[in-house]
Design a protein around this ligand. Structure first.
Ligand code: BES
Ligand code: ZN
Ligand code: ZN
Length: 517
């Protein structure tokens, strides 16, 4: 990750390619902007007058300093109105600025963190357990400056310009110390998000179930977790007929990944995170159309987020008990693949009529949810790129959340809002559950024709496997992969869910402490 330092030096004397200054939406330059405006020949006043820059969210203005200060450029970035400021907005604006600096070939970027009024506004939004806003600023930079260039060779083209160094300018020694901790925190979260992004970006001939299992083992070893990989014969013993049904068509061996991180009170049941790990979804015998099928390499994003969240929690040493379950396989057509109409017996004993082999995510999750019950968990949260229907309902700006427990759902929605990874609840009324009952088996894996509500019926299928403990299903099919550049996420795999879940875990820890008092 990019070299980052914290310095308590006067910004006027600080040598850098680009000095980034966050600004609230104002009519006239205020605070530091007033000083900068004077130094820069009133160019900020003039930009504001012409509405070239008003401090609106993610608006930016690059000014060459013409040697009026040591920094070569001053880069203003808008935070929007003070009343609307959120942690996510600070993060976004920082990312926007860092990316603009990179696009203008700056190698060293420095961020001004010395303004009293702005600091107050930033602090008022409380950055999770890490209270210094520098944490949001650094996270914004790291996330926005993510690149996936693993497969690019030096084939003669000039290599693209990259930011190589970030400096956070602190007002004094005391603040420097808290900013150093904040940067460390930001690094750990961002590293986890980038791990999830990488896993989603790699093609399926790299990220196979075995590759995912090896990554999980590596992450566990580095972060003091345990990792167990169940192989086909182990799953057969457990009777995971639903998961193994999906794996039948693939030559790549499946893997059921079990991660455990126990740093919470012994008396406390774990929170289980389950992530769909389809390393490629062809649709199986119910084959998908060719256009855009390549994107189905990201159908293991739920699994990637599960692994990344456990890595983040462990590297931040959060005092929680967590289990991560990733049922990983390809979904392939072929001579031994399951066919429409086939009936599978799941680990729970329930039988499933497979009417569409492309609705495979729910089949692998069913057995994973059954497996989760052996932990008598406090809560189960599954993340899955489950349905195209969620893209119709919510597009790519929110994931759907559906569950059996109002309290858990509400907590997750709150964490979604706080982290900027938003959730929107869909209902799970009885009528939907009826639509996945089969005539000849217990359940069928798609709803009866004409029912619609594809995202809800997907969740309705999962519900019987989740048992009685609080459970929420998060459908990330629309949010795991972006087709446009975003302030914090370049086009492609997003890692959506990691920051949401870490926020959720931190809130759980806080509420535990409050209850104790
Ligand atoms: N992996 C897909 C869902 C998906 C769609 C993920 C778009 C990412 C982007 C899933 O396995 C699937 O194919 N679902 C079917 C279910 C249907 C057959 C009931 C779908 O949504 O079409
Ligand atoms: Zn599918
Ligand atoms: Zn799928």
């Amino acid at each position: 990750m990019i070299k980052t330092t914290v310095k308590d030096q006067d910004f006027l004397k600080h040598k850098t390619d680009s000095l980034i200054v966050h600004c609230l939406e104002e009519k006239k330059p205020k605070g530091i902007l007033k000083d900068l405006d004077r130094i820069l020949n009133r160019s900020i006043t003039s930009a504001m007058k012409n509405k070239r820059f008003e401090g609106k969210l993610n608006q930016s203005l690059l000014l060459n300093s013409r040697a009026a200060l040591e920094a070569e450029n001053v880069l203003l970035v808008g935070l929007g109105k003070a009343a609307d400021l959120t942690g996510d907005r600070i993060c976004q604006a920082s990312g926007t600025a860092a990316k603009r600096a990179e696009n203008t070939k700056c190698k060293k970027v420095s961020i001004y963190m010395q303004d009293g009024a702005l600091e107050k506004a930033m602090r008022s939004v409380k950055a999770k357990s890490c209270e210094d806003p520098a944490c949001l600023v650094a996270q914004g930079c790291y996330l926005a400056l993510y690149h996936f260039d693993h497969y690019k060779t030096n084939d003669g083209d000039d290599p693209p310009s990259r930011v190589e160094e970030i400096v956070l300018l602190a007002p004094d020694k005391k603040r420097s110390a808290s900013m150093v901790d904040a940067v460390d925190y930001a690094r750990k979260i961002s590293a986890a998000v980038c791990l999830a992004r990488d896993l989603g970006s790699h093609p399926s001939n790299t990220v196979t179930p075995t590759y995912l299992a090896n990554e999980a083992k590596k992450t566990a070893r580095k972060n003091g977790m345990t990792c167990k990989i169940l192989q086909k014969k182990d799953m057969e013993k457990l009777g995971m007929g639903s998961f193994l049904g999906v794996a039948k068509g693939a030559h790549e061996p499946p893997a059921f990944i079990v991660l455990e991180y126990t740093a919470g009170p012994k008396s406390l049941a774990p929170i289980v995170i389950v992530g769909k790990g389809i390393t490629f979804d062809t649709g199986g015998i119910s084959l998908k159309p060719a256009g855009g099928m390549d994107e189905m390499k990201m159908d293991m994003s739920g699994g990637a987020v599960t692994l990344a969240t456990l890595q983040a929690a462990a590297s931040l040493k959060l005092p929680v008990n967590l289990v991560g379950l990733i049922p990983a396989t390809e979904n392939m057509p072929g001579g031994s693949a399951i066919k429409p109409g086939d009936i599978l017996t799941s680990m729970s004993g329930k039988t499933i009529e497979v009417l569409n082999t492309d609705a495979e995510g729910r089949l692998v999750l069913a057995d994973a949810l059954s497996y989760a019950q052996r932990y008598k968990p406090e809560a189960v949260i599954d993340l899955a790129t489950l349905t195209g229907a969620v893209v119709v309902a919510l597009g790519s700006h929110a994931s759907a959340v559906i569950g059996n427990d109002a309290d858990l759902t509400e907590k997750l929605i709150k964490s979604g809002t706080a982290s900027g990874e938003r959730l929107w609840e869909l209902p799970l009324w009885e009528e939907y559950e009826k639509s996945v009952k089969s005539n000849i088996a217990d359940l069928k894996n798609i709803a009866s024709a004409g029912v619609g509500a594809g995202t809800i019926t997907g969740a309705a299928f999962l519900k019987p496997f989740a048992g009685d403990q609080p459970w929420c299903h998060i459908d990330i099919a629309g949010t795991s992969w972006y087709s446009d550049n975003r302030p914090l996420t370049p086009k492609g795999s997003s890692g959506f869910g990691v920051r949401l879940l870490i926020n959720f875990l931190e809130e759980e820890i806080k509420s535990r402490k409050k209850k104790k008092r």
